[in-house]
Each structure stands twice: as C-alpha cells, then as structure tokens.
Design a protein around this ligand. Sequence first.
Ligand SMILES: *Cc1c(COP(=O)(O)O)cnc(C)c1O
Ligand SMILES: [Zn+2]
Length: 414
Amino acid sequence: MTVTTTSLGRATHLSCRECGATVELGPHYACLECFGPLEVAYDYGTITRERIESGPRSIWRYRDLLPVPADVAEIPNTDPGFTPLVRADNLARELGLRALWIKNDAANPTHSFKDRVVAVALAAARELGFTVLACPSTGNLANAVAAAAARAGIRSYVFIPSNLEQPKIVTSAVYGTTLVAVDGNYDDVNRLASELAGEHDDWAFVNVNVRPYYAEGSKTLGYETVEQLGWRLPRQVVIPVASGSQLTKVDKAFHELVRLGLVEGDAPAIFGAQATGCSPVAEAFKAGHDVVRPVRPDTIAKSLAIGNPADGPYVLDVARRTGGAVEDVSDDEVVEGIRLLARTEGIFAETAGGVTVAVLAKLLREGKLDPEAETVVFNTGDGLKTLDAVSPVVGPAGTIEPTTEAFHRLVNGG
Ligand SMILES: *Cc1c(COP(=O)(O)O)cnc(C)c1O
Ligand SMILES: [Zn+2]
C-alpha cells in the first residue's frame, strides 16, 4: 500500500525518531534501518490563528497540523476535541497555587482523551487503504475505537485484558464491535495485537501499525490549551503517562506553535504522572536512567497500566529538557486525588485523573512545581468508568425514614 503525499494534508513523510531516516507516507511504523519508531513530518506552509479559529469546534480546526485529508471534517467521525479548559480556583487555593486550569477531556464523545487519537488514526487509515479498525486497549481506547468504527460504518476488533473494569467492557461492547477479552495483562494483549497485525494487512491497529498517525492526535490537547488560554503558553503542565505518547506529543505541539509563530514565549515545563503500582518511567527519571525497565502493573489506575511503555525514553527526554519531572503516587493518593478534584471543582475524574491531580499536589509539596507559575493539568477520562475506585469510600451521609425529625437527627448528629 502506498499513498500520494497530498492525501494526508500537509504531512510529507515519516522520519525515524532514533536515526532520522526518511520513509514515505504509508502503513509503516518502524524504521527499516534501525527499527526505531517513526514520526510524521510536515511541510506546514503558512498557518494563521484566523484560519484555525474559523474551523470547526473540534480537533479538525487543527487539521493543517495533522496527517489527515483536507476535507476530514466532512467525513463521518466522532468529532472529538475542543473540550473545556476549566479555571480551577478552588483547587488552586487548596493547593497554594496561583493559577490553575483543568483541561477536561472527560467531555469527549466516549469520555476520554482517546477519541482524539482514534479520530486521527481512522482518517489516516482510510487514506492508507485499511478497511478494518482494531486495537489492544487498557479500556478507554476500546471505547473510542468501537464508537469511531460504528460511526464510520466499518468493522472493528478490540482486544482487552479480561480483568478490565466492567463499565469499560460495557461501554465498548455496546457499539457492536467484536470485543475480545484476553487472559493476560495489557502487555500480553499488545503482543497478541502485533502478531495479528502481521497476519491481516488490511487491519489498522490504531496504536500499533498506524501508531505514527494515531500519536499525532494527542498534539491537539496542546493546541487547544494554548488557544483556550487566549493564544498563550502555560508555564507548567502535568500529564498522565501510560505509553508516554500523549506527553511527548503535547510537548511537540507547543514547540510547533512557537516555531510557526502562532504563540510567543518558551514551551512549558512538562511533568509526567504515574501510579506507583506501574511507574517504570518515574522510577527511571528519579534514578537518572535513560532506559526504562519494564514492570508488572499492579494499580487501580488501569488506563495507565502499561508496564513496558513504548515512549518511556522519550518522556524522560522531554521531562529533562523542559525542566519538568516524572512522579508517582500510591493508589490511596489516587483515590484522594479523585475526591479532591470532585469536591473542589465539580469534576469527576477517572483514576488517571486522580493520578494526575495527586501528582500535582505531591510536586507542589516537594517544591518541584512553581506555585506562582500558570499551571495546566489534564483530566483525561471520566470517573463514571472507574466507579469501583471510589465507591468504597463515598456514599450517602445516612439512610433515614422520610420524616423531618429523622433528617434533623442525621444532620445535627443528635
Ligand atoms: C491512554 C490514556 C492515557 C495515556 O496515554 P499514553 O499516550 O499511552 O501515555 C491517559 N489517560 C487516559 C484516561 C488514558 O486512557
Ligand atoms: Zn531509524
């Protein structure tokens, strides 16, 4: 399968992140020279704020910066993105921070940031000649692939670890995908997907064989943050890390905007957030290592439970280059992070959001974040999908008879 360079917008070729070798646009994801991961390169030309602002209220307003056809917004898809950037004054006050925003990606069509990457992967996959959509998933990607394939009217196969949260199973299967539960952890599921991708050359495994295109979708989180701040860069950003793709692409997005003259100033310090039960990147960061040693995940933050993160070394690069850090928090702190965000801002995050808020608090406590600097935190998923994490610790204040006396007894404690 080959494509003409014009059919993927302003994308021109793929380039190896390790050795810089150039590969033509196509269904490639590993460098032929060194097996390094490939990345989409562009000839951006001129891109103005006005052109972006006149686009749709979705990720497609940034289509000139994505590997998608120019008419992508007219093709059936889930139109994710342009989620709220919420000023979080209550949480900021509680944490002793001057200015804080939550980028709330729970507002996407299937309630996580994965709708962004899947929409871009689907658009590219069609141009590349794939006819089936597939993925190995820790849950949210399963939702996003199943929904996007349904809207596009194409077949999909979704592979998940069999111990996934029940809500994420239901919210994938309902879209009519072929959902396959695999006895094993995510890394086992991922290996199976790679083998199947080798057998079926018309199946686009969004995060495997079309990964270079998929990954570009994460950049839209960075673009939106800057545009929604009034075309300003924040000083520090806290981002959850599973494979690490999102974090590295948001950093790429900030640098692109600066290079294109769409925003002034320096790209922000980038901080990564992991759960201690699956924190291979945080461990490597703290130990000063360049390589990430795989771990066996054991955490309630299942959407981040990738023990062998493909982009781990690049996350280390970004954190070190930008003056950021990678930190981890215990499962108890994750639950506290979920409750803190809900109680202060009325935003119910999934466990990944709990990880990120808890890491924000920890970095502030440890003096690693500047309390005076404008800070953005990403909530990447919706708490309704991980109810089990908080259901043991929240509930009714009491159960009463339907009388005013009973109510007064309850609230007055007497
Ligand atoms: C997948 C996912 C992430 C992180 O994604 P990577 O790009 O693999 O690091 C973060 N939050 C949620 C809720 C996710 O589902
Ligand atoms: Zn290479």
